[in-house]
Design a protein. Structure first.
Length: 251
């Protein structure tokens, strides 16, 4: 176990092998605050369709259901700036790491994720990862959260290791993916399926996911039990991602 620049205690991690990585997220708190202040004037989501419903109580039921269900989907689809992580999972074919949010201290989860990815000391190599749309969603979320909170490290106020963070968003100098293989970048046909891990799992493994991302906000309403189910769903995703990477000989 070791602590370091993120002031995090980590298990011993083999940083020379590939790990699959995935986040599950919720709507960022600032979005919820803005929505709660004036839901009907919110620019985040379109207005509900009431159809032929005329009675006030019927229209109110439609409005409430619409906003509860659509806020998550519309906010998340617009920008990674609108999301923050509630759990993260890593898997290397043998070892699993599951990290989940402490609602009393949500930034702690983000520090833990960066500590695993970047290492806890300046000599630690960054973790090589394989993801499903990680360059388009997971890593941008982490970067945006780091910027929003003026750094998550402990090497002075505002410390952010942007150089290493951004290595996860681009290819290396020689054009290879030494640090981050994104399945949805390697297989662009997944774009037509919404960058779907389920599509890739079906194509390579003949497998199907048990849940989908839109289940997450519903599960989170169940408190700690729901959060645990979200973590299990996230772990299923990293296992599938790793298996696809192996099957496609990408890692």
């Amino acid at each position: 176990m070791n602590t370091g620049r993120f002031d995090i205690v980590l298990p011993e991690i083999d940083r020379m092998v590939w790990w699959s990585f995935d986040l599950e997220t919720r709507v960022a708190q600032w979005i919820l605050d803005k929505y709660s202040a004036s839901p009907e004037d919110s620019e985040l989501i379109p207005k509900p369709s009431y159809g032929n419903t005329k009675k006030p109580e019927g229209r109110e039921a439609i409005r409430k259901n619409w906003y509860e269900n659509q806020l998550y989907l519309e906010a998340m689809n617009k920008s990674p700036m609108h999301a923050e992580p509630v759990c993260a999972c890593f898997y290397n074919g043998e070892m699993e790491i599951t990290l989940k949010i402490d609602y009393a201290n949500p930034l702690q989860l983000q520090r833990e994720i960066w500590a695993v990815l970047l290492g806890n000391g300046p000599k630690d190599p960054i973790l090589p990862i394989i993801t499903a749309y990680g360059k388009g969603y997971d890593i941008p979320i982490m970067l945006n959260q780091s910027i929003a909170h003026d750094g998550l490290g402990t090497e002075g106020d505002g410390y952010v290791d942007y150089t290493n963070m951004r290595r996860y968003l681009k290819k290396d100098w020689d054009g290879t993916d030494q640090h981050h293989v994104d399945l949805c970048e390697r297989f662009p046909e997944s774009k037509a399926k919404g960058h779907s891990l389920n599509f890739l799992a079906s194509m390579f493994l003949g497998a199907q996911k048990l849940r989908k991302g839109s289940d997450v906000p519903i599960l989170l309403k169940q408190g700690e039990k729901g959060l645990q189910l979200v973590c299990e769903y996230c772990l299923e995703d990293v296992r599938l991602t790793y298996a696809i990477g192996k099957k496609a000989r990408l890692i």
